[in-house]
Design a protein around this ligand. Structure first.
Ligand code: TXA
Ligand code: MG
Length: 351
């Protein structure tokens, strides 16, 4: 199959993508978080094609993307919860997915057989036009399963060339990390995946919410993942990632020491760092992420992909403070590192 790349902001490209979707096909499209790989949410055979193209495990449910609030009642069981209306008022369109009881019209292929469905209204204009023209779209991130989510059309092409007919190129994604996933069927509401909308922001809007324990640590052996996606190794480059936390200069010193040791052992080393810390790493291989949590989040997935491109085997990353978008950054980086963390403030290292 030939994979075509078209300008997402060209109405003819949107019309072509909508026609493919209505015909039971799948297309990749930009959102403000990451690129999605979409099928019509009401077409189970089309949804199956997403799992095939991604090699995605069948027990990991998809998010349904809508372009207007009136697309939601047919997808959910009963009246949508009040909290949904409050959160939608504040954060939609935007990087927030809400889990609600699902109606029978949402096929098992979308929800992986769960009795709930995750729904999100993205803010990217091309995504909204596509959904308006085609209908609600079920879409995971458009990466091959296990790879970092794509934040440019080039990333999608790298993973999906020859596997899907069309990629809508909308340029780099504004946020760069996937949406916050909040489960509104638990009391209090439970944040299963941190993203562009922070736990504090959600609590301000609906009063109470909990952050799921698995956000900043691996799942325990007998623990059931509330969000099936949380149990898979994710975002991981080929090389081993180590996170180093602590005071800025101690972090840099510890990273330099570990990097030099790895290089001496014959490994290709690389460092992920804030741009402002460049001088602390001398002439070592450094991928700068910009400054501040938003910029660094925006660059993280692209940087992790580049680690494979340069064949990095021992990768060391500075930690961020785990609050606001920094919580999402630490969740994704943590999973890329299998939560392997060194505390540079501690004498012996291991956190
Ligand atoms: O920003 C995003 O959310 C992007 C763009 C394309 O919208 N999509 C995305 O989808 O990241 P995906 O499939 O890569 O991640 C969806 C996450 C998975 O961890 C999945 O397990 C969880 O949401 N999820 C989906 N439906 C769920 C449900 N009914 N209950 C619990 N978790 C659910
Ligand atoms: Mg994904």
């Amino acid at each position: 199959m030939q994979t075509e790349v078209l300008d997402a902001y060209d109405p003819e490209a949107i019309a072509k993508a909508a026609a493919i979707l209505k015909d039971g096909g799948i297309v990749a499209f930009p959102t403000e978080t990451v690129y999605g790989l979409g099928a019509l949410a009401t077409n189970p055979d089309a949804v199956k094609k997403i799992f095939e193209a991604k090699d995605r495990p069948g027990d990991n449910p998809l998010i349904v993307h809508v372009a207007a609030l009136d697309m939601i009642p047919p997808l959910v069981e009963g009246t949508p919860p009040l909290d949904m209306n409050l959160l939608a008022d504040e954060y939609w369109p935007g990087p927030l997915s809400m889990i609600m009881p699902r109606s029978r019209r949402v096929p098992d292929e979308v929800t992986a057989g769960l009795d709930t469905v995750a729904i999100r209204m993205p803010s990217n204009i091309a995504a909204l036009s596509l959904i308006k023209e085609a209908g609600p779209i079920a879409a995971p991130s458009a990466n091959r399963s296990g790879r970092p989510s794509p934040t440019t059309a080039k990333h999608v092409l790298d993973d999906m060339d020859g596997r899907i007919p069309l990629i809508l190129d909308g340029g780099p994604c504004r946020v760069g990390l996937e949406s916050t996933v909040v489960d509104l069927t638990s009391t209090p509401a439970r944040i299963l995946r941190p993203g562009g909308v922070s736990p504090e922001a959600i609590m301000r809007t609906i009063g109470e919410a909990e952050v799921d324990g698995s956000v900043l640590r691996p799942l325990g052996e007998d623990e059931v993942a509330r969000s099936p996606g949380m149990k898979y190794r994710h975002y991981a480059p080929e090389g081993q990632v180590t996170i180093v936390k602590g005071a800025r200069k101690r972090v840099a010193a510890r990273i330099c020491a570990m990097y030099d040791e790895a290089v001496k052992a014959g490994l290709k080393g690389a460092i992920l760092a804030a741009s402002g810390n460049r001088a602390l790493y001398g002439d070592r291989t450094v991928r700068l992420l910009g400054n501040g949590a938003a910029e660094q989040s925006h660059e993280l997935f692209a940087a992790l992909r580049e680690m494979d491109d340069i064949g990095a085997q021992a990768i060391f990353s500075e930690a961020l403070e785990a609050k606001d978008i920094g919580l999402a950054f630490m969740n994704r980086l943590g999973r890329a590192a299998s939560f392997r963390t060194v505390d540079a403030n501690a004498k012996e290292g291991k956190a």
